[in-house]
Design a protein around this ligand. Structure first.
Ligand code: NAP
Ligand code: ZN
Ligand code: ZN
Length: 348
């Protein structure tokens, strides 16, 4: 065991502050990583404030981790000291169920181990701690290779915001000839716009923030709709093949169901803390499907990272020092992030 500096929330209503945590020394299959940057996902805020009702305190959030390998276990062959690597939302799973065998560890039938807030398989009675920390030790299966071509601060958000948008866009075969809506230009949404554009689809961004319209186009949207304007919404009625909803708070999803073409799908990746109301007419009027998608498996995360290196794609980040995390959360609640905070761990 060794000690690592970290930042934690000790209760739902307290600010995050410094803490010292235990990390395990690498077992034969482990990779020890010195963390360079960690992205700030809205899920970190939901968890730190216990908005989903599942948080175990103290919680060290952070599942968009980029770092360099500092030590490897004896059975590790794919990584060596100094390699640039990433860790996303999971650090373990059963590896034997049908989902794991297919590389869909996010749907492990036994239950995967999330990067933070999950019972730690290696330290009895402990819970996993995330990337708002100096170092982490992770089983090699859950460590991703990251190209040196990508700026590490901007690569960090790919490990959650990237894969969470990439996976459904690929699953629903977004590409040339398809008109795709992305709802909400935050961390997830801006990656959704970049990926849908890079995959060749016609992209319509739906935002509540007029100030983001120009950025929406720069990031790859063909059209930007201010979703609070009924006239602008009406112009897209029955026209979209697929909509990816990346909104973090309560909103009216029915307004979007009516924008789907016949047999179109709306997929939720946003995870507001309260249920969303669905009008049956929004679904039955065009045999529409309402779906959801959670993060992505390890092989498709590697596929996404390789695609990003090849196509020169990364997140648009604002780099912050660790001490500014509480202000960053407040700004995230005001939709004032362009478009992901990335914490510089040298400041911890
Ligand atoms: P974020 O950066 O805070 O972006 C959320 C965006 O939603 C905002 O920028 C804003 O976009 C829009 N929005 C916020 N409040 C709204 C409201 N009241 N009405 C309409 N639009 C609103 O958050 P994020 O990190 O991208 O995460 C988004 C959600 O996805 C969170 O709930 C998060 O927990 C969840 N998530 C899910 C998964 C998964 O596996 N499914 C993975 C990661 C995150 P505009 O300013 O453009 O309107
Ligand atoms: Zn996340
Ligand atoms: Zn499994």
């Amino acid at each position: 065991m060794f000690k690592s500096a970290a930042f934690a929330a000790s209760a739902a209503d307290t600010a995050l502050g410094p803490i010292t945590i235990d990390r395990r020394n690498p077992t034969p299959d482990d990779v020890q990583i010195d963390i360079l940057y960690c992205g700030v996902c809205h899920s970190d805020l939901h968890m730190a404030r216990n908005e989903w009702g599942i948080t175990v305190f103290p919680v060290v959030p952070g599942h968009e981790i980029i770092g360099r390998v500092s030590r490897v276990g004896s059975r590790v062959t794919r990584f060596k000291q100094g390699d640039l690597v990433g860790v996303g939302c999971m650090v373990d799973s059963c590896r034997t169920c049908s989902a794991c065998k297919e590389g869909r560890e996010q749907h492990c039938e036994v239950g995967n181990t999330l990067t933070y807030g999950a019972p730690d398989k290696h330290i009895s009675g402990a819970f996993t701690y995330g990337g708002y920390s100096k170092a982490v030790t992770v089983d090699q299966h859950f460590v991703l290779k990251v190209s040196e071509k990508i700026n590490p601060a901007a690569a960090a958000p790919l490990l959650c915001a990237g894969i969470t948008t990439w996976s459904p866009l690929r699953h629903w075969k977004v590409g040339p000839g398809r008109k795709v809506g992305i709802v909400g230009l935050g961390g997830l949404g801006h990656m959704g716009v970049k990926f849908a554009h890079a995959l060749g689809a016609k992209v319509v961004l739906f935002t509540t923030s007029k100030s983001k319209a120009e950025d929406g186009k720069r990031l790859g949207a063909d059209e930007v709709v201010i979703s609070t304007d009924p006239q602008q919404m009406k112009a897209h009625i029955r026209s979209l093949d697929f909509i990816l909803d990346c909104v973090s708070a309560q909103h009216d999803i029915n307004a979007y169901l009516f924008l789907l073409k016949r047999d179109g799908t709306l997929c939720l990746v946003g995870a507001p803390d309260k249920p969303l109301a669905v009008s049956p007419f929004g679904l039955l009027s065009g045999r529409h499907s309402l779906s959801g998608s959670g993060i992505g498996g390890i092989p498709e995360t590697q596929e996404m990272l390789d695609f990003c290196a090849e196509h020169n794609i990364a997140a648009d980040v604002e780099i912050i020092p660790m001490k500014d995390i509480n202000t960053a959360y407040e700004r995230m609640l005001k939709s004032d992030v362009k478009y992901r905070f990335s914490i510089d761990m040298a400041t911890l």
